[in-house]
Design a protein around this ligand. Structure first.
Ligand SMILES: NC(=O)c1ccc[n+]([C@@H]2O[C@H](COP(=O)([O-])OP(=O)(O)OC[C@H]3O[C@@H](n4cnc5c(N)ncnc54)[C@H](O)[C@@H]3O)[C@@H](O)[C@H]2O)c1
Length: 361
């Protein structure tokens, strides 16, 4: 790493490999304090990883992430592998002094996530867990409005993350294998909404949840419904499913306060619905003063889902350059860990049939 450059190594070349590679390429041309150099990409299949290297302009391809961890040219390690491949390479990279970005859910368990958080802290590196929805302009605006007290006293939070691909999916996907994924819809989608609940409202102290596997022979959950209680006593609801026909990628929340309400759905990514004492109106979040718009286009020239990865990586590069911390707007490994404690409390609650406190170690 030199003053104005940072070498990046990435694990994974499929869905998240594409999202992060595309974001890194864009950041080579945007206004960020460190210019990312795409040093190497890793994955298990030599031919496929070479194809990804050539497509996205990575300098080198490797089938062994250990080479990336040992590579002095790499200052930032991005882990876009399946959940079971998060902890070992990320901890090794942090111990080797590399800043780390790891996809969500952070670990396979709260204990593993805690270990990752502690390892990154001990190594003194910047760490970010890939809760990219914090980097949707409308979501950041929602947080700013809440912080400014625009909603008055917040009384309700409800969120749901619904997809539909789970009905017809290939049963051999790693996402359906508990050894590679941990949980199903809960860890995959539920963590995103738990992450947003914590970002927008605050810490969750107890949960009451039901978790169901609906598709025959499936080894992970398809559906979770939970009530959550925040530390300030406020109640919320959370639902996640991969079996909601018609909902393709609907990550949506609503917050109600004494003076107004906010509502968002990622399927309408550029819009925040805002209500005062009357009904909702639509705010198109593309004005120059809106979050992240300094990187982009004139008002009304809307952004896409992939741009959230650009904003997230820009935020991390700024943190590495010392401009600000990763928290509170970026999710740190602590946030990844605390989400996993909420997930485990939901699993305990589904088992016991009772409300369960969220643990903290
Ligand atoms: N932030 C988001 O919105 C978002 C969206 C999708 C997925 N994710 C997360 O990103 C991670 C990856 O998901 P995905 O959808 O990209 O999965 P994917 O199946 O599309 O890609 C997984 C990648 O990991 C590689 N891989 C698998 N096993 C490996 C191993 N043992 N060693 C090295 N590489 C290995 C595969 O070759 C592939 O390149 C998951 O943790 C998932 O939860 C986050």
């Amino acid at each position: 790493m030199t003053a104005d450059r940072i070498g990046v190594g990435m694990l994974g070349y499929a869905f998240m490999g594409k999202a992060h590679s595309r974001a890194l390429l864009a950041l080579r041309h945007l206004d960020v304090p460190l210019r990312p150099e795409l040093v190497s990409i890793s994955g298990r299949d030599a031919r496929a990883v070479e194809e990804a290297r050539a497509r996205w302009g990575w300098a080198e391809a490797t089938t062994d992430w250990r080479e990336q961890v040992a590579d002095e040219r790499i200052g930032l390690f991005v882990n876009g592998g399946p959940n079971a491949v998060h902890a070992e390479p990320t901890i090794a990279a942090a111990r080797a002094g590399k800043h780390v970005l790891c996809e969500k859910p952070l670990g396979m368990s709260a204990a593993e996530s805690h270990e990752m958080w502690q390892a990154a802290e001990r190594a003194g590196v910047r760490h970010l867990c890939g809760f990219n929805y914090r980097f949707v302009p409308a979501v950041r605006l929602a947080r700013e409005l809440l912080e400014a007290g625009e909603l008055g006293e917040v009384v309700h939070f409800r969120a749901r993350y619904l997809q539909s691909w789970g009905w017809d999916a290939d049963a051999s996907l790693w996402r359906f294998d508990p050894a590679q994924a941990g949980t199903g819809a809960l860890g995959d989608l539920g963590t995103h909404v738990v992450g947003l609940a914590r970002y927008l409202v605050g810490e969750i102290v107890s949960v009451s949840a039901r978790v169901r596997t609906i598709v025959p022979d499936r080894a992970v959950d398809d559906h979770v419904v939970a009530t959550i209680e925040f530390e300030n006593g406020l109640l919320g609801t959370v639902e996640a499913s991969r079996l909601a026909r018609g909902r393709i990628n609907s990550n949506a929340f609503e917050v109600n306060g004494s003076k107004g309400s906010l509502a968002f759905d990622v399927e309408r990514l550029n819009e925040l619905e805002v209500a005062d004492t009357k009904s909702f109106r639509r705010v198109l979040v593309t004005e120059p003063e809106h979050p992240f718009m300094r990187h982009w286009w004139p008002p009304g020239h809307i952004l896409g889902w992939g741009d959230t990865f650009t904003h997230q990586l820009a935020h991390l590069l700024e943190a590495i350059a010392g401009e600000h911390d990763v928290a509170p707007h970026g999710a740190t490994f602590e946030d990844g860990y605390r989400c996993d404690e909420v997930v485990e409390a939901m699993l305990r609650s589904a088992e016991s049939g009772r409300s369960e406190a969220v643990a903290s170690r």
